[in-house]
Design a protein. Structure first.
Lengths: 238, 238, 238, 238
DNA sequence: TATGAATGAGTTTTCATTCAT
DNA sequence: CATGAATGAAAACTCATTCAT
């Protein structure tokens, strides 16, 4: 269980975020030659940072440009409008979230309850990793709940994350009962967001241990039976 | 236990919003005669609605005025700046939240665990009531986490809500262990917010039963011991 | 030679300025009963004060109303528009200036040069009296040199002041030569204005003596011959 | 002695206004190549024109922009606020006035009275030149006597003009007596302003000769003794 | 008659977007 | 390509004027 490092309330320089982007597969290794999408990347990262800080409407395009250390006009060479920009930022971040959460995540085996718990633990750690590694992305995604300017494509991406989780949750739920899957996901995601927010606002100070405890608590939330129960036998129906 | 009605994604006329407003011009109070047409009230309500919908920066003052069915200039007769307006809206909403949550809430008696659970249940219902009765207020408060434009006074109000909860949580925690209080509150509040959001976004459909189930789940989150623990006696299933 | 008192840089409470107004001849002495035109008077005085201070465009009607200690609406009961108000203020002030300058001023007798000088001295004192007694009126008139919002009537009043002076000046000039009358008046009025302004701005401190000296200087300006010369013989041309 | 031409009531294209402007963006200076089209310059000139015409509060920023033949937004690229603009216009004009008056003006030699008179004559001509070449600047400066919106810097510039004149005046006064220096300057400046105003308002028609006559008259105002004194040696009486 | 709350046209200022360099 | 100066549409805010009380 490794959350990289303690999650910090303050953002960290968005360095080296060049790799995990979907739209930049072109692996250039030309010497010094700037890879084609370098600028777009810079803009996306900068925009994420400032949008996360001040919100979409609270941020001007010049501010984005400045954060990206490029000219204003350049922004418009890569993104038609501010609107398109925010949508790309959204999808970009969402896809990274997806990768953090789902890439290589083993399927749930609902028949082994302790495995299910372990599976959940893994999910939790991945979530924490994401929030720790990309605080701005997390914060940004958190605020953009289907706001008016998100287009169809962006909303669709949402499902690409939710879908697999929902499916896994479904299997678990069939096995251990509890809340409807959607509600569970809502509670879970909400709880995690609450944790991160509280950390950001200084209400709490997240360390490794607290994160684990919180994960355990959330597991209890999901499973109607005591998670630490001697075995998974005595559960009635749920 | 009454959640008024199923929580709807859409707003409903804000009921019983009689709270006195700081800058309300005249407030001559004929006995029993409800204040004829408090403009400041109208503006606060309208502003809450549109701010909740589109956010502070995403809303123009004319939009607020239109929502309140008054002229733009009138807004400025009651609130010096847009900034002051949003702060008053915030405080106004926060105070109403406080009323919903805390007014008449009995103190926790941590020595009777089942009472503690009942106490928590009550809190949960109150929260649900608020979210149901004032969806806009809930949504608005949710988005304003210490954003730049909240002034000192507004932030201070925040504590007036958190304080008592924190205190009660502290007692509980001393009794039943579990997470640090702040983390618990964060998880809890987050979970609830997640639920409401999911409902608003159409991911789930909140009914009375789901709300109760979710409350039970959250209680499990708080209590490290099996909620159905041998001792707390009479608890059946929850 | 009495200039009432040393001219002060700061305005003085516009008290008791009820008497010398053309349009308020109705001598009421009803006990306590407010005289009919009281309000209009109050407004004119207040408007003069604030206009003199901040200029026409720099002053709002509410500010005028507040200065007059009446409601905004009331202003409009007495003056159709802000524009009309400023014109009435102008005429009112100009008429008072005229009274100060011309009422009872003896005709010039150009054949006695020392009398002419005395005549001029009197004019100078009257001017100083006006500036001392009504600093706001003086300042206000000074700034309104045929600005766009002055209507025909107001400009016409101007001539009612200038005319007689011009006529007297003409006689003088015919006798003692010197500059064209218009230019003389321009220089003279300008010099006096400069004096008062410098006093208001704190560049100089006007006392009785300085005023007199300045008057003497101005007389020298008008008369090509040494003013104190034994007689008016030796002057060649100038 | 050249006053360029008869002073006209209407403005004329501001010539030789090359003064560098503080906030001018780029000022790349090709040798000899006159700066192509300094926007800040254009704005300052246009603003001077309209401010001189209608005053600061009577002029809207769009009017300035239109006079400068540029977009409104552009004004704000060069001047943070309307307030800053008017201050820069003021300083700019004042500095030009200073140049006209003082650049290359020989020091007074108070021991040769006729030279002093010649010195004064030169000053007078320079003043007239300025008023003729830059009627708007003259008019504008005339109206801005320490109005509220002038900042510290602007007021300080004022002294840069007054100082040298005061000093020269002091020397003269020590020699030939007369009014206190400040009062003399006030009268003199006022007289000149009066002349120009009268011309602008059409009361008089300024030609070369009248200007000279007026200058002579003003010299008489300064010098208590007859200006045509037999020579500058024997002047006693003073 | 006196008032001041209400208002929308108009003012100052910002900002997404374009385009000449 | 990259840039940032230029711009006008739109936002925040003001104020002359009206009108119900």
């Amino acid at each position: 269980m490794n959350v990289h490092s303690v999650i910090r309330g303050r953002r960290k320089a968005a360095t080296e975020r060049t790799a995990p982007v979907a739209s930049a597969p072109k692996s250039r290794r030309g010497r010094g030659r700037p890879r084609v999408d370098d600028k777009a990347r810079r803009i996306l990262d900068a925009a994420l940072r400032v949008f996360a800080e001040r919100g979409y409407h609270g941020t001007s395009v010049p501010e984005v440009a400045e954060a990206a250390r490029i000219g204003v006009g350049t922004v418009y060479r890569y993104f038609e409008t501010k609107d398109e920009l925010v949508n790309e930022v959204f999808r970009d971040a969402k896809i990274r979230l997806r990768r953090y959460l789902l890439d290589g995540l083993p399927p749930v085996d609902p028949y082994k309850l302790d495995m299910a718990q372990r599976w959940f633990g893994q999910l939790w750690v991945r979530l924490a990793s994401f929030a720790a590694a990309e605080p701005d992305a997390f914060r940004f995604l958190e605020m953009q709940d289907h706001v008016a300017y998100l287009d169809a494509h962006s909303r669709q991406i949402e499902l690409a994350v939710l879908g697999p989780l929902w499916h896994a949750g479904k299997q678990l739920r069939d096995r251990i009962g509890g809340l409807p899957v959607d509600a569970s996901i809502a509670l879970l995601w909400g709880a995690f967001v609450g944790l991160i927010k509280a950390n950001r606002l200084g209400y709490i100070r997240l360390d490794q241990r607290t994160i684990e405890q919180a994960g355990a608590a959330c597991w209890r939330m999901l499973a109607p039976a005591p998670s630490r129960a001697s075995d998974s036998k005595t559960r009635t129906k749920g």
